[in-house]
Design a protein around this ligand. Structure first.
Ligand SMILES: [Zn+2]
Ligand SMILES: [Zn+2]
Length: 334
């Protein structure tokens, strides 16, 4: 206790004096009652310092969540914007002839930012109290072991993918599609930034699958640290942005992990408007037969690519692309 108080007072006496008053320091020290800072590693001390710095766990979690989300979302989207501007990358584009214009990217960025600041920010603010309600460890240290984090994140991936498959399929039902999901389908050739380009209700509904797994696991086991949830959300953001990138490289995950969906899968969903409803994995679409159109199309595309090579045509070419598009793709929403 005294160690923590001293640690906390060090903040007060340091350059942050004007941000934390001594009463806050005492309150913050209460937060870490029974924690011995000398037994913590660098990352755990930094975590503790963050909560001591703000002196208010709701504020500390809220700011961390929001900043993390913005940094990862736009940080991951930027490499895709650069790749879109490189003609040498066109050969890896899934819809060969369709690259987003800077105007489309800017419109999408404005809409996503507006949604982040108006719809998501208030929700992020309520994140800490909800986590505490379910008994999640938030400010506390030490962190869970890597092994614990791994199996918990594995469960979140499977839970989210299942939730998303059925909720996304439901969103393709006429009235729900028309009033909610249509916005996300405005870009039939998606790009990284478009991952969260959606109606606020869709963000809420499909976001429940991302955060619902952690809350459920926590309610059942009382064994979950918010750091594990952050790592999961970062991986989920990478998954969502990459799935919308519009590119398939030889090193892309689904090429060496066949059950991983990736851009190859979700790009077809945007192009065809039906089928391929999952996020991370392919099994639901495979077992429910909602990927048959996709499989046929990719087979034709591979054949067209092969023929182009045999005929000495460079890929993509207008002729070769036309060969791959021999089937009706647009159907009305289910
Ligand atoms: Zn959809
Ligand atoms: Zn999408």
């Amino acid at each position: 206790m005294n160690d923590v108080l001293a640690h906390s007072q060090a903040w007060v006496n340091g350059t942050l004096t004007n941000l934390i008053n001594p009463q806050t320091a005492v309150y913050a020290a209460d937060l870490y009652q029974g924690t011995d800072p000398s037994k913590l590693n660098f990352a755990e001390r930094a975590w503790m310092d963050w909560y001591l710095y703000w002196g208010n766990p709701i504020l500390a979690t809220g700011i961390m969540s929001f900043v993390l989300h913005e940094l990862i979302y736009f940080g991951r989207a930027i490499p895709w914007i650069i790749i879109d501007s490189m003609p040498s990358m066109r050969k890896y584009k899934l819809q060969e002839d369709r690259t987003p214009t800077p105007e489309q990217q800017w419109e999408c960025t404005k809409s996503v930012l507006l949604s982040h600041f108006t719809v998501e920010l208030p929700q992020i603010w309520s994140f800490h109290p909800i986590c505490e309600y379910f008994g999640m460890a938030t400010h506390s240290v030490p962190f869970p072991s890597v092994l614990t984090m791994l199996w918990q994140i594995g469960i979140f991936f499977v839970f989210e993918d299942t939730f998303h498959y059925w909720a996304h399929r439901a969103l393709h039902w006429g009235p729900l599609y028309k009033h909610i999901h249509k916005k996300h389908h405005e870009f039939s050739a998606p790009f990284g930034l478009a991952a969260e380009y959606a109606h606020p209700l869709e963000v809420f509904i499909l976001g429940s699958g991302t955060i619902g797994g952690p809350f459920l696991l926590c309610a059942l086991t009382k064994n979950l640290h918010i750091l594990t949830v952050y790592v999961w959300i970062v991986l989920r953001l990478f998954q969502a942005i990459d799935a919308h990138s519009g590119y398939d490289f030889p090193i892309s995950m689904h090429n060496w992990m066949p059950f991983w969906a990736g851009a190859d899968h979700h790009d077809h969903h945007h192009m065809a408007f039906v089928g391929c409803y999952s996020t991370s994995f392919r099994w639901w679409d495979h077992f429910m037969g909602t990927d048959l159109n996709y499989k046929r199309y990719r087979a034709r595309q591979a054949e067209a690519k092969k023929q182009a090579k045999e005929q000495g045509l460079s890929w993509p070419t207008k002729e070769a692309t036309k060969n791959a598009k021999g089937m009706p793709l647009k159907k009305k929403a289910e």
